[in-house]
Design a protein around this ligand. Structure first.
Ligand code: AP5
Length: 218
């Protein structure tokens, strides 16, 4: 089963995708993490995406669709985190799924806009694997250090207040219409992403009884 995690910046998509990935046989594919890796490796795609990301804008559809066609070539049980983000991306994804005779379900993270700024300005990220923390809501054991690999955490450059505002506007204009897109197709479930992290995880897991445990579930 392909799962699409859909919601605004800061809704908790990445946080939940990492938890589900650890507990169940579903691998996370995060477009944001892929793009940041392309940037770090200075690939042509990364260099082209850079200015859009820094400005809080979506990267052009053709670049994203090409990247995802490659990433999804052998995908079966995956969580797609951050894709699709426009109707054009959703239509391209539908065509890809149809060609592979796969179906997808969207998990919509319902959240109030007014919590997102605090979540994003307090976020600290492990740039090596995309794991995220929050200074108040999910602090690491040692400030600035990842609990698992012991390496440094960073603040994402696009987590500045003015860039966050632009990202939220992009979301409302271009991505929020996808909630109705998947709803019309009967392919969306909603979770209350305002709840505590562990409560959100429970809700996602209950809504998706088909998830297969990895064998080292919590
Ligand atoms: P991307 O990296 O995908 O960023 P995003 O969608 O803006 O999502 P975030 O990672 O900011 O939020 P999240 O929902 O994952 O929240 P998180 O779990 O970290 O994209 C970055 C950029 O890449 C885009 O702006 C665009 O330029 C480009 N891009 C990517 N995909 C694209 C596409 N398909 N098309 C075009 N361009 C694309 O949580 C946030 C914080 O809140 C954390 O600190 C966490 O600890 C905390 N938190 C999480 N859950 C809770 C909770 N329940 N209660 C309290 N705190 C919580």
């Amino acid at each position: 089963m392909i799962l699409i995690f859909l919601g605004p910046p800061g809704a908790g998509k990445g946080t939940q995708a990492k938890i589900i990935e650890e507990r169940f046989a579903h691998r996370q594919i995060s477009t944001g993490d892929l793009l940041r890796a392309h940037r770090a490796n200075k690939t042509a795609l990364g260099l082209e995406a850079q200015s859009y990301m820094d400005a809080g804008k979506l990267v052009p559809d053709d670049l994203i669709i090409r990247m995802m066609e490659h990433e999804l070539a052998n995908a079966k049980d995956v969580i797609v985190d951050g894709f699709p983000r426009t109707v054009a991306q959703a239509e391209a994804f539908d065509a890809l799924l149809a060609a592979k005779q796969l179906s997808a379900k969207a998990v919509v993270f319902d959240v109030d806009q007014n919590v997102l700024m605090a979540r994003l300005t307090g976020r600290w990220t492990n740039p090596r694997n995309g794991r995220v923390y929050h200074t108040i809501f999910n602090p690491p054991r040692v400030p600035g250090i990842d609990d698992e690999d012991g390496g440094e955490l960073i603040q994402r450059p696009d987590d500045k207040a003015e860039t966050i505002e632009k990202r939220l506007r992009e979301y409302e204009e271009k991505t929020a219409p996808l909630i109705a897109y998947y709803g019309r197709a009967g392919n969306a479930i909603h979770v209350n992403a305002l709840a505590d992290i562990a409560v959100v995880t429970d809700e996602v897991v209950k809504a998706l009884p088909g998830l297969a445990p990895t064998g080292h579930a919590a």
